[in-house]
Design a protein around this ligand. Structure first.
Ligand SMILES: NC(=O)c1ccc[n+]([C@@H]2O[C@H](COP(=O)([O-])OP(=O)(O)OC[C@H]3O[C@@H](n4cnc5c(N)ncnc54)[C@H](OP(=O)(O)O)[C@@H]3O)[C@@H](O)[C@H]2O)c1
Length: 225
């Protein structure tokens, strides 16, 4: 597995993913706009996993030093964050977006999404990165509270969408390294439109069924993958 950095790894989802990757024995780098904040996230991880191979640094350095870059910031900050790191993105790196364009980013409801002109947040991100860099859309439907609930196994399928089949496979394998998680081939990046909108559906279901830790998705009858 290549080296992983999580931009916004100080936040709910990023920290949760970092903890699960570390739990799976993978080294992780926490990226932040603020190095002190990154170090605090590192300390939080080390408290749970003293043997963890985890580092914290500014976003730019995190992108430079790592191969799989996971963009875990709210949708409303996605464009600015990408602009700040894009010059360090090269075609060999894999850039994963889990940004969901919830309407709450623009004053609306978290149970609805807005549709960027490009079709999805991931496709919008694809238009902002240098030529040759492939965006992978993934980890949209996994709830941060479940990721951070380390007493329990994650019980989620993770749909992975990317136009580059090798990069899609790389992130499917990464997801499957987490105990209980299964990376599923979601096909080309345009399918991120469907996957991102499922998160809004899930948030509404969490409210209706009163599930504060969130529900997840599983695809049934999909054997031997
Ligand atoms: N939370 C969930 O359950 C969940 C589930 C599925 C998908 N997601 C997606 O995951 C992404 C992150 O969600 P989250 O809940 O982890 O968000 P969050 O905790 O609100 O924020 C994540 C990180 O974004 C960075 N950030 C905050 N304000 C910023 C700004 N003005 N400019 C640039 N960066 C800023 C911060 O990192 P630094 O201050 O360290 O730079 C922060 O720790 C979102 O796109 C969300 O749709 C979340």
């Amino acid at each position: 597995m290549r080296k992983i950095a999580i931009i916004g790894g100080t936040g709910d989802q990023g920290l949760g993913l970092a903890m699960r990757f570390v739990q799976a024995g993978l080294p992780v780098c926490i990226g932040s706009r603020d190095e002190t904040k990154a170090r605090m996230a590192v300390d939080a991880i080390k408290e749970k996993f003293p043997q963890a191979s985890v580092t914290g640094m500014g976003n730019t350095q995190a992108v430079k030093d790592n191969d799989i870059i996971i963009l875990s910031v709210p949708y409303k900050f996605m464009v600015d964050t990408l602009k700040g790191i894009k010059e360090y993105l090269t075609p060999e790196k894999t850039l994963v977006s889990l940004c969901v364009p919830l309407a709450s980013n623009v004053g609306g409801r978290p149970t609805q999404i807005i549709q960027p002109w490009e079709g999805s947040a991931a496709e919008q991100a694809q238009g902002l990165v240098p030529e040759g860099v492939s965006i992978v859309g993934s980890f949209h439907n996994v709830c941060a509270a479940r990721l951070q609930d380390l007493d329990n196994t994650v019980d989620d399928d993770v749909v992975v969408c990317c136009n580059d089949k090798e990069k899609r496979k790389e992130i499917m394998e990464l997801a499957s390294r987490v105990d209980g998680m299964r990376g599923i081939d979601g096909g080309p990046l345009c399918n991120a439109r469907i996957v991102e909108s499922i998160t809004a559906l899930i948030i509404g279901m969490n409210i209706r069924y009163k599930m504060p830790k969130g529900i997840g998705i599983r695809f049934t009858y999909l054997y031997d993958i």
